[in-house]
Each structure stands twice: as structure tokens, then as C-alpha cells.
Design a protein around this ligand. Structure first.
Ligand SMILES: C[S@@+](CC[C@H](N)C(=O)[O-])C[C@H]1O[C@@H](n2cnc3c(N)ncnc32)[C@H](O)[C@@H]1O
Length: 284
């Protein structure tokens, strides 16, 4: 399993995940998926839910809250490669019916075989082979079980008119790096294939090919304030994707400063961003 760097403890996803819009977007997916699962099962029957890339537990908490709200007993297993993220999630959800295991997609079927539902939120864009990960997620489900996936890194994520923000943000970050840390140039060769974006249709085709039937597909827009761009720009995995090869603390400073600059120059209060939300059922 890939090691997470020491900086992962200081540059976590958690501040971003605590924004209200992030909660709302994910809650919407969780409710869509669990409503369908709940309706498909006899009342009172406990459910087994697995969540790949459970991170710092933001979506895990929403899943547990929704099961409670539906009056559906159940247990959640979060599978996540980063021990730092698991530590935060375990503290956050102490005492609730959840456990965490360090692992990734290839471990999921072994750890959570026959799950009634599998969630994989805000992470599929990080995986180079999306067809393979969808096959692994499908293999983990029991026939008739539900898969829920979302991402704001897909073709269509940029709300119309928002492109100029991304161009300026990048330009200002590179300018800041040149001025303050000329030695820390982003490496072109390190640009990862994981950052290849698929369209909603392409995701649907991959699901189809893997034996899933897409039950709901929607695109929801979040209105993201400056503080959230600073927070995502201070997350180590985002920095690795945006400024490959640049040391994380320097990349965080560049992206955070440049976000403020772009907002000020374009006189923005929010930047809209589109999330793709997909719920699919494994063909019985
Ligand atoms: C942006 S965070 C999303 C966390 C959580 N799912 C959420 O929606 O709030 C991305 C997560 O994907 C995890 N991740 C990165 N590469 C992964 C992989 N190959 N397999 C599984 N998880 C991975 C990271 O450690 C991180 O916790």
C-alpha cells in the first residue's frame, strides 16, 4: 500500500469537508442511495454498508445519521489508505456502529464481501483505472445491492463561466511560486493519469459494463466561498495533483494566496462547482 507522507497529518481534507455545501451535496447522495436500499429490504433487517476512501469520516457520519433517521439498523465499514485520516474519523465517530480498516479498492471485496451498499465519494478521480475500481466495487456488493459514487472532478464539473477563475488561480499560484520559490517548479512529468476526467456518460458505460444498472444520475451545483478554495488548496492530495512535485507546505501557501487573489481580481463571492452523483444497483 502507498505510504502517506508525513505532511498528511497537517494538510488534511477535514477543513474542506466541514463546509456546509460539502455536507449538503454528500447528504443528498447518501439520502438517494439509502432510500432505495431501505425500500428494497424488509423492515428491521440490518444492513451492511461499506465505504471506500472514508477519509476523515464526513460521509461516514452522514451514512450513520441517515440509517438512524430511517430507523434502519446497520453497520458501516470504512476502508481508507491513510492512517492519519482514519484517526480523525475514528475520533469523530467514537461509539457509533462503525469500524475502519486501512486498505484500498483491492482490499474491499475481502473486507466487506456481500455488502448491501457501497459508497465511494469524492475519490474516484484519484484512481487511474476507473473501470477496474468500478469492477472491484461491484464485486463487493451482493446482487441487488447499491453503489453510490460522486465526484466534482469530471467533464462538466466547471459551471459555465467559472473557467476564468481556474485559469487565474493557476496563473497566480505559478507566479507566486516563481517569485518566492523559484527552485520549486511543478514537474510536468509527475502529472498523474489519475487526474483524467470522465464524463457522466462514460461513468455510466463503465457501470453498465460492470453489471450495474444506473438508478439515479444527477448533477448538483455547490456555491463555494473563498475559504473553501483555500481549504482544498491546503489538502496534500489536491496539492499533489495541482502542483506535482512542489513541496506540500509551499504548494499550500501558493494555492491559498492565489485563491484569494483570483477572488479579489474577479470580484467573486463564490465559485459554482458541479458534482456528479450516481447511484447504481447490481443486477441480480
Ligand atoms: C477527497 S478525500 C474524500 C474523503 C471522503 N470520501 C469524503 O467524501 O469526504 C479522498 C480520499 O481518497 C483516499 N484515497 C486516495 N487514493 C485512494 C485509493 N487508491 N484507494 C482508496 N482511497 C484512496 C484518500 O486517502 C482520501 O481519504
Amino acid at each position: 500500500m502507498a505510504e502517506t507522507p508525513a505532511v498528511a497529518r497537517s494538510y488534511t481534507f477535514d477543513p474542506f469537508a466541514r463546509h456546509q455545501f460539502y455536507h449538503d451535496i454528500n447528504e443528498s447522495l447518501v439520502r438517494l442511495a439509502l432510500a432505495q436500499l431501505d425500500q428494497s429490504m424488509p423492515p428491521g433487517k440490518p444492513v451492511r454498508v461499506a465505504e471506500l476512501a472514508s477519509g476523515t469520516g464526513a460521509v461516514t457520519e452522514l451514512i450513520l445519521d441517515e440509517l438512524e433517521r430511517l430507523g434502519r439498523p446497520g453497520h458501516v465499514l470504512g476502508v481508507e489508505p491513510s492512517p492519519e485520516a482514519i484517526e480523525i474519523a475514528a475520533q469523530r465517530l467514537y461509539g457509533r456502529p462503525v469500524e475502519f480498516a486501512q486498505g484500498e479498492a483491492s482490499d474491499l471485496a475481502r473486507l466487506a464481501s456481500g455488502a448491501d451498499a457501497v459508497f465511494f465519494c469524492n475519490a474516484i478521480h484519484l484512481i487511474p483505472d476507473k473501470a477496474e475500481v468500478i469492477r472491484m466495487l461491484t464485486a463487493t456488493l451482493r446482487p441487488g445491492g447499491f453503489l453510490a459514487i460522486n465526484s466534482s472532478f469530471f467533464t462538466g464539473a466547471y459551471a459555465p463561466g467559472s473557467e476564468r477563475f481556474y485559469h487565474l488561480w493557476t496563473r497566480r499560484a505559478l507566479g507566486w511560486l516563481r517569485e518566492h520559490h523559484p527552485e520549486a517548479r511543478p514537474s510536468r512529468s509527475e502529472k498523474t493519469t489519475a487526474m483524467v476526467w470522465l464524463s457522466a456518460d462514460e461513468y455510466e458505460t463503465l457501470m453498465d459494463e460492470s453489471g450495474l444498472r444506473v438508478a439515479t444520475r444527477s448533477e448538483e451545483t455547490a456555491y463555494m466561498p473563498l475559504s473553501s478554495w483555500k481549504d482544498i488548496g491546503s489538502y496534500w492530495l489536491f496539492i499533489e495533483g495541482a502542483l506535482p512535485g512542489v513541496p506540500i507546505p509551499i504548494g499550500a501557501e501558493a494555492l491559498s494566496w492565489a485563491a484569494g487573489q483570483a477572488f479579489a481580481e474577479l470580484d467573486l463571492t463564490v465559485v459554482p462547482r458541479v458534482w456528479l452523483q450516481l447511484v447504481a444497483q447490481k443486477v441480480a
